[in-house]
Design a protein around this ligand. Sequence first.
Ligand code: R5P
Length: 272
Amino acid sequence: MDFVVTPTAEHFDIDAHRLGEHSQDETRTFPDGEVYVQLEALASIDRATVIHSGQPHPNRGLAYLYGVLDLLRTNGCTITLVFTYVPYCRQDSEFYAGTLNYARSLLRMVTDCYGVDRIYAVDPHFSHQEWIRDFPVERLEAYPLIHERVEMEDYVVVGPDLGAVERFDIPGFEKTRTGARDVELAGEFDVGGQNVLVFDDLIATGGTMVSAFERLKDQDAATVQAAAIHGVLEDGVERVRETDDTLYLTNTIAREAADIGAEPLIENTVPG
Ligand code: R5P
């Protein structure tokens, strides 16, 4: 079995094939913005595990991903796909009439069109949705990697919102979005004098984590540290780092602040 990384997954410390660069300009995009997809080792690969992160550059990333999958499928390979972060994973419902559930559409595309027969996804935002039962998806859980790194002696784990209750079975606040980058949280936890780890699947604008920090400090928590699996937006990650006492972040997306390697999830869980 061979690992193949798409450009957004090249930061993983894993022995894998990378896409080639175009000989004319040594990049993997043409001047008009279209992607260049070449896998030199293609002819020698029978079974491939493709590793892809949906950020940064979610749209360009998909163009590479679909290209690699098509090359492998056309060459008769068996394909397993690992999403360290699933692109479009937050668009996981028909929020309004006529809205595309993009996450479901994407899984349909990779299985039905590109013949992927197994998908692994690190804590996808849609892990609690009914529709994922229609797909051969297995969740890789990153929390144990974070837990190993937390330096507080005794601490309680709290989610910033009710999504955390569904995804991780931990208590969470009720959240109302008040603007593109801001939220309001409601609810009380008995955290007076205690160390608290606020744990969420992802940080986008950082508004959720920052509000959780403020609310927990108002409730007299001694220390509030933040932990997230996916650092979706660089600005949001920085905002949380500037606010919370500490941020633990995995490298499912390549971010400067991400110092918890997700590689063990791939190497120890995905069958060779
Ligand atoms: C919500 O469902 C997610 O789990 C996160 O809480 C949310 O997307 C974080 O967004 P932001 O960082 O923009 O507040």
